[in-house]
Write a protein of this length. Structure first.
Lengths: 498, 102, 501
């Protein structure tokens, strides 16, 4: 086995092995556990960095394992895969630091961090999957490894949320499996192909392909929280904050959105999908989700629920960009995979920090919190402004490309959706900022944890500052070589090659 | 209708009588006996197949099968009776609960 | 050396006799060496089949019809591996189980008749011998004898638990088993009467659409369905499997029901395939669907863990029968055939692991009431984990063996244009998730403070976990067994490769 074939497997092993070892650690061995977690995360970043460099220089990293007759499990580092692996690897490190601080002293940490690492492994597998079978294998593993995280607290409420989560995700994957097997029956074995893998199929199978497309999108749409399949996401908010951060930014929701990208671009191909007439309905569904999610977010008082509905809305920008014909929209959609991740994880870090340090769970409890925890609220503000689309934050770049792409495609209604959504984003984020910065504290905080040298435990604060800095940096330096935008442009250009 | 067919039909008849007894009789001893009657029915069918004509010697294979079958049936019956005794000792009944209720 | 084929039968039979004579102290040595010998012989046989195709062996040089002939093709070899690996790990588990059991009195596992555990080992070895003989027999009468031996060993094992529930369940099982065998035996008599041979291969060239053949098909199928516990003939299974000692439940649910299914496969696809109309397969398929739905719904309603697992077996047996309506066409027959048989394999590993894990929890708590399992994930994390991994295979999620089986069956369903069978597979998977998570969610609930708990031997947990891991990872090593299954199979080639590249 050469280095080039081993690398994708090593990337998976760098979180799988620590995860499995952690299960066997005793509860009080927190140092060993943290060391293992961080070592795994750092090694993973190193490996992903090497891979990123290699892919940029046109090297091929690929691992194959025969799984079914005629169908292999394929892990391959292509440009799109690198976008998600880099995001996950980077955010795993900061989330681990956050989680260590967040869960200090709470029970069952070995179990938590074990599943946490397995969850990252599954996400990496989803990113590197090079055919639908491989994608499905890791997609299901992700469901299984996130379930214990969602019900981690073991309260009746958490168990109920876990049930809802399972009902949605397992039903979704059942539909996905049906679509995948059927597609293999129609088209034979195939891998993800830039520009699509199905365009050779004649018109006689187009009717079947329409149904299969619907099945596949419904399958990945559950995790991507497309309306009306989003019901699990707000309920899953009972999970601990690091889990919510992971679920919303890199793992579950992102896996769904990434699935939409793969299905539209590399299974059907954007041109073929447009010929079939499936892109417009998908764009409409995404637009509906964007507006609906924002509207629901406006009326939530619970901070994490507001963020959850915000995710419903924001993730669909990806689907919207992907479903709008034209490479500029695609760039907007693809780059939002990364941008949404770093913005949303910042917001969840801050929400978790507020809850853990001061016991704040609701927007109405945030009066004047900016004075007590200025750095946390700075990070929150940066991410929130990014979400609204204020330049030069990351979100602005996404919305700019989506808007220009809509004009290019001659789809004026998309501009209207984007404008409405941005207005609604402002409507649910600006009041938070106003409450935090400009209102006076109403009195004692619910709970006040002894602070160290900073306004909060540094492990809760630092991650949000790092990701907030990234929100600005990805926006400011969008045109540099290794920026997400450059990668997105590279990918979009390849997807549109004739 | 020759003798072989007659014996075959008789065997099927015995099997059916046994089956009826097995299903209709709640007492476990009767069920075990009914199974034995069914077994005899199968043996009769097999014996009938051994007949190959008035001048020819009979086919030895069915005899071997029946002999083996008898050994199996005797062992199974012995086992069933032992189990029946234990059930009777433990519960004071010689029938299955659902049959007793009915 | 051509005689590898006899050792998988001879070794456990000899070991069973020896273990009765030698008594408790020598039992471990005998079992250990017997297991090693079986694995060795099986490896030799597998190599022969792999290289030279199906193997035949005439015992003692006595040619059929009077002599006894053994036959091994890919299907037999896969089934033999299934029973050897699963059986051996159940044996390892039983070492811990009965040691734990005899250390205390009055537990759920030992009834009022005291400790019967020394009888487990010979019976377990007899059961193994009967299973292996069944998988290797080439004529329908010997198959009857092995079927009967298997049933008697199985009932005796159920009764090891003692206690009223187990005795009554054992009796019900015995009656059902004998009735099934006799019906099969009647079919044997009819087939011999019309065809004049007993050998499976010779029969396949001689059967014709004769009324006696129809009668034979009907009674043999009914008898075997009763023994396989296909809905609606499953009534005897849940009490027998739930009330037996845990290692016995595992043996019965994982292996014994597969034996009569295996026989049915042989008969339908290698003997009767020329005369059976497609509608017959449809009927079995519909019964399979009803089994999936009925078994799953009842599993969801159980209050006791072992009954839940037993009803899950009723449901999972249903999947095996979805193979019958799908294995009709040449283009997708291979996928259906492989999918169905692979399901038998995956289910054997998963279900044995599940019963073993359930037995461990029961041994620790002294009962298996579902709503009182809260916090078991903290007490017995390895057992809970084993249960979860086995559950993943039952749900048919990747990368488990159950997933590969589901994929192949789904593929066959779509290829044959009978998508509704595929829909049932998917619904069945969701229902399985329902009852598996009913147990798993208890693992995360807080541990009640006042529950009495007895430590259990580690070996029990590890044996269950090994089998569960095997079930979970079986999907990653599916190619060798799938290739093996093609050797001597009625459907050859075309597995997953018929569509355009």
């Amino acid at each position: 086995m050469s280095w080039d074939t081993a690398l994708p497997v090593l990337v998976l092993l760098s979180s799988l092995v620590p995860g499995l070892v952690i299960f066997f650690l005793r509860e009080e061995q927190s140092r060993v556990r943290t060391a293992l977690n961080l070592a795994g995360a750092v090694v993973k970043i190193g490996l992903v960095g090497i891979m990123l460099w290699g892919v940029y220089h046109e090297r091929h990293y690929e691992t194959r394992l025969p799984l079914l007759p005629g169908l292999d499990l394929i892990l391959r580092a292509d440009a799109l895969a690198m976008l998600l692996t880099t995001l996950s690897a980077g955010l795993w490190l900061v989330t681990t630091i956050f989680a260590v601080g967040y869960l200090e002293g709470s029970p069952h940490r070995s179990r938590f961090f074990g599943f946490f690492s397995l969850c990252v492994t599954a996400t990496m597998g989803i990113a590197l999957a090079h055919n639908l079978l491989t994608f499905f294998v890791f997609y299901e593993l992700l469901t299984l490894t996130t379930y214990p995280l969602v019900i981690h607290r073991g309260t009746p409420q958490a168990l109920r949320a876990g049930r809802t989560y399972l009902v949605y995700t397992l039903a979704g994957s059942a539909v996905l499996l049906l679509g995948i097997v059927w597609l293999h029956r129609v088209a034979g074995p195939f891998s993800f192909t830039q520009g699509g893998a199905l365009s050779h199929l004649g018109p006689q199978s187009h009717g079947t392909l329409l149904v299969i497309f619907a099945l596949l999108i419904a399958g990945v749409g559950v995790k991507a929280a497309l309306v009306p399949l989003h019901g699990w996401l707000p309920v899953a908010m009972v999970a601990p904050a690091p889990v919510s951060a992971l679920l919303h930014a890199v793992a579950v929701v992102k896996a769904g959105a990434f699935g939409v990208v793969r299905v539209v671009y590399e299974v059907f191909g954007i041109r073929f999908a447009a010929d079939l007439g499936v892109t417009t309905p998908l764009a409409l569904l995404a637009a509906l989700t964007i507006v609906y999610g924002s509207l629901r977010a406006v009326v939530q008082d619970d901070l994490k629920r507001r963020l959850a509905y915000s995710t419903v809305s924001q993730v669909s920008y990806i689907a919207l960009g992907v479903a709008t014909p034209g490479s500029i929209s695609s760039i907007g959609g693809i780059v939002h995979l990364v941008h949404q991740g770093i913005m949303k994880i910042t917001l969840f870090f801050c929400a978790g920090n507020l809850a853990e340090t001061l016991g704040i769970h609701r927007v109405s409890e945030m009066n004047g919190v900016g004075r007590r925890m200025p750095w946390t609220m700075v990070a929150f503000t940066v991410a929130a402004l990014g979400m609204i689309g204020v330049p030069p934050m990351a979100g602005f770049i996404s919305k700019w490309y989506l808007g220009v792409g809509a004009v290019e495609a001659g789809q004026g209604w998309i501009i209207a959706v984007l404008a409405a959504s941005s207005a609604l984003n402002a409507a649910y984020f600006l009041p938070i900022l106003h409450t935090a910065w400009f209102k006076h504290p109403t009195g004692e905080w619910k709970e006040e944890h002894p602070r160290g040298r900073f306004e909060a435990d540094w492990r809760l604060l630092l991650p949000s500052l790092v990701t907030a800095a990234l929100v600005i940096a990805t926006g400011l330096f969008a045109s540099t070589v290794m920026s997400p935008l450059t990668w997105a442009k590279l990918i979009a250009a390849r997807e549109y090659q004739p | 209708m020759n003798a072989a067919v007659l014996y075959t039909l008789m065997g099927v008849g015995l099997f059916s009588i046994g089956l009826h007894g097995f299903l209709a009789q709640p007492h476990l001893l009767r069920k075990v006996l009914a199974l034995n009657i069914m077994g005899s029915g199968v043996f009769a069918v097999l014996m009938a197949t051994a007949w190959r004509g008035p001048q020819l010697p009979p086919d030895p294979v069915p005899h071997a099968l029946v002999l083996t079958g008898i050994v199996v049936a005797v062992s199974a019956t012995a086992f069933a009776l032992a189990l029946l005794r234990r059930i009777h000792t433990a519960t004071g009944r010689a029938s299955l609960p659902e049959d007793t209720a009915a | 050396m051509n005689a590898w084929i006899v050792w998988p039968v001879v070794v456990p039979l000899a070991a069973a006799t020896l273990s009765v004579l030698a008594g408790q102290r020598m039992a471990r040595v005998i079992i250990g060496s017997a297991t090693v010998a079986i694995v060795g012989a099986l490896a030799g046989l597998t190599l022969q089949v792999w290289q030279n195709g199906p193997q035949r062996h005439v015992i003692g040089g006595w040619e059929p019809p009077l002599g006894i002939q053994l036959y091994a093709d890919g299907l037999s070899v896969v089934m033999l591996w299934m029973s050897t690996v699963v059986g051996a790990l159940i044996g390892v588990y039983a070492l811990g189980y009965f040691a734990h059991d005899s250390g205390t009195t009055g537990t759920a596992a030992t009834g009022e008749h005291g400790d019967n555990s020394e009888l487990f080992w010979p019976l377990w070895l007899f059961l193994w011998a009967a299973l292996h003989a069944l998988f290797l027999s080439a004529d329908i009468f010997n198959l009857y004898v092995t079927l009967e031996l298997l049933g008697l060993a199985g009932v005796a094992l159920v009764n090891l638990a003692g206690g009223q529930l187990a005795l009554v369940a054992g009796m019900r099982y015995l009656l059902a088993s004998l009735l099934g065998s006799l019906a099969y035996f009647l079919g044997v008599a009819f087939l011999y009467a019309t065809c004049g041979v007993l050998d499976v291969r010779m029969l396949s060239t001689r059967v014709s659409a004769h009324p006696a053949v129809w009668l034979a098909i009907a009674v043999m199928t009914l008898g075997l369905l009763l023994k396989t516990a296909l809905f609606p003939l499953h009534f005897w299974l849940p009490p027998a499997h739930a009330n037996a000692p845990a290692p016995v439940s595992a043996l019965l649910s994982a292996l014994v029901v597969k034996a009569s299914f295996y026989l049915l496969l042989r008969l339908w696809f290698q003997v009767f395939s020329v005369v059976l109309p497609p509608v017959a397969g449809q009927v079995l398929g519909i019964l399979g669907v009803l089994a999936i739905l009925w078994g799953s719904v009842l599993a969801l309603r159980q209050q006791r863990l072992k009954l839940l697992v037993a009803y899950s077996t009723v449901a999972q047996i249903g999947y095996l029968f979805v193979l019958f309506p799908l294995a009709g066409g040449t283009a997708w027959g291979a996928a259906a055939w492989s999918g169905g048989t692979f399901h038998a394999l995956a289910h054997a590993c998963a279900k044995a692991a599940m019963f073993m894990a359930a037995g461990t929890m029961m041994a620790a708590l002294g009962h298996d009431h579902l709503h009182e399992l809260a916090g078991m994930g903290q007490r017995l994390p390895l057992s809970m984990f084993a249960f979860a991994l086995a559950g993943v295979s039952l749900m048919g999620l990747p990368p488990s063996g159950g997933f590969v089986a589901k994929w192949l069956l789904l593929d066959a369903a779509l290829a044959s244009g009978q998508w509704w069978w595929g829909a049932v597979l998917i619904v069945g998977g969701l229902l399985a998730a329902g009852y598996v998570f009913l147990v798993l969610r208890q693992a995360f609930a807080p541990l009640p403070a006042d529950v009495r708990y007895r430590p259990v031997p580690r070996v029990m947990e590890l044996a269950a976990l090994s089998l569960a891991l095997l079930a979970f990872l079986l999907g990653l090593m599916a190619i060798p067994p799938l290739t093996l299954l093609q050797i001597g199979a009625p459907f050859v080639g075309g597995l997953g490769t018929e569509a355009l590249p």
